[in-house]
Design a protein around this ligand. Structure first.
Ligand SMILES: Cc1ncc(COP(=O)(O)O)c(C=O)c1O
Length: 433
């Protein structure tokens, strides 16, 4: 890859950093972690050290109680009944949508579509917008660091519609190569890019890519599964046209994700799934879909999950997303420093060296120990890290590995968790190295 020039962080490339003049208040991790009942657990005789939040985060009591309380006091189907609890359930469900919309800076709640997860949100774009707009002679631009959720829907549609799939390469230190972006954009109708890589941690310059894509007449889909939970997110600042994220990575429950897009775009898109809830009228000879966003929400919605996601948004807002971001920069920097100092050449950490250019994801290889073996040995010390291709097989091939181990941090982790990881790695080395 010697011919590739690093895009480097460069001006405008970095994600929003905590406001320079007023440093955000530090997270009080000791207090925060008390809100997460699961962290009281012991595993294999040790304190649970959960370092797999990039896969799925743990849930604070506020989220668990909001969902319990909903089921205990209010549950009924939404948008259907006219009796009191059905109306209350509908109000809670739509209130959650409004909270999510505010959290990402959407112009109005109607721009937020609830889906099962970010994977479904991306499939919605592909099957609805993509099927209508993409065909032979067109191209879609992806990057080498995409999650399968942002690749496979594109492959499925390309096989049907015959458009070209192009790839934005990466440098050896995990940045997108943007030098050739304008040429690659020629004929492209959609750019699908991860806002933060779930493997490399790289925080990509979505706004810069979106500006170039728009100039070339393309729309931009940002996979923000690792962005929305960890950084202040304003859709206007990112400049994208579609943004997908998933509730279970941001302290919320599984079973709910979101697609954001401007109303104008959503209105011209055909429905994705058909059934109840998404229609205005159904006749023997056809149907008429209802309005945005409900025309994309066929069937009974994930109501309790929306309530839980709303509570997760409340919780994150109370912490302050600037504080969350500052905490993760500091902790990721600490982890990379400590792991390199203690383990030297034995550990290879992938992705950008500067924690300001990445989220709280640290993927690594340790000597030639298989990541699965490593993860199992770490588990004996109560340490949870993911060992996998992380649903990013093209990236694994680019890195020349089959899998990596990945430690990822969130609001309930602190330096002591990294110290336990480092010590457990030394023990794994003694056993397997
Ligand atoms: C960047 C990225 N995109 C997409 C996904 C898929 O998330 P979900 O399984 O919730 O749809 C993940 C989760 O691992 C991810 O990290």
């Amino acid at each position: 890859m010697a011919e590739l020039t690093a895009a480097g962080p460069g001006p405008g490339a970095r994600p929003p950093q905590p406001d320079a003049p007023g440093t955000p208040p530090a997270l009080d991790v000791a207090t925060v972690s008390k809100d997460f009942p699961i962290l009281e657990r012991r595993v294999n005789g040790h304190r649970l050290v959960y370092l797999d939040s990039a896969s799925s985060s743990q849930k604070p009591r506020a989220v668990l109680e909001a969902m319990d309380n909903y089921y205990e006091t209010t549950h009924a189907n939404v948008h259907r009944g006219v009796y009191t609890i059905a109306e209350e359930a509908t109000a809670l469900f739509e209130e959650a949508r409004a909270k999510v919309a505010r959290f990402i800076g959407a112009a109005e709640p109607g721009e937020v579509v609830f889906a099962k997860n970010v994977t479904e949100a991306i499939n919605l774009v592909s099957q609805s917008w993509g099927r209508r707009h993409l065909g032979q002679g067109d191209a879609v631009l992806l990057t080498h660091m995409e999650h399968h959720a942002n690749i496979v829907p594109c492959h499925i549609l390309a096989a049907e519609r015959g458009f070209e799939v192009r790839w934005l390469p990466i440098t050896d230190d995990g940045y997108l190569v943007l030098d050739d972006l304008d040429r690659l954009l020629d004929g492209v109708k959609l750019v699908a890019v991860t806002a933060i890589s779930n493997v490399l941690g790289t925080a990509n310059p979505v706004a810069r890519i979106a500006a170039a894509a728009h100039a070339a007449g393309a729309l931009v889909l940002a996979d923000a599964a690792q962005h929305v939970p960890h950084l202040p997110t304003r859709v206007e600042d990112l400049g994208c046209d579609f943004l997908g994220f998933t509730g279970h990575k941001m302290l919320g429950p599984t079973g709910i994700g979101c697609l954001w897009a401007r109303r104008r775009l959503l209105e011209e898109m055909p429905p994705f799934l058909g059934g109840g809830e998404m229609i205005r009228d159904v006749r023997l000879d056809g149907f008429e879909p209802t309005e945005v966003p409900w025309k994309f929400e066929a069937g009974t919605s994930p109501i309790a999950e929306a309530v839980g996601l709303g509570a997760a948004v409340d919780y994150l807002e109370a912490l302050g997303m600037d504080a969350v971001r500052a905490h993760e920069i500091e902790l990721t920097g600490y982890a990379m420093r400590v792991l390199r100092e203690r383990h030297g050449d034995a550990i290879q950490i992938h992705g950008p060296a500067d924690p300001h250019d990445r989220g709280g994801v640290i993927s690594f290889c340790y000597k030639d120990i298989h990541p699965h073996d490593l993860s199992q040995v770490l588990d004996q010390s109560g340490v949870c890290v993911r060992a996998s291709h992380h649903c990013a097989k093209p990236l694994m091939r680019r890195l020349g590995v089959g899998a990596t181990a990945r430690a990822s941090v969130y609001v309930y982790n602190d330096e002591s968790d990294i110290d336990v990881l480092s010590e457990a790695l030394a023990e794994a080395d003694a056993l397997l190295g």
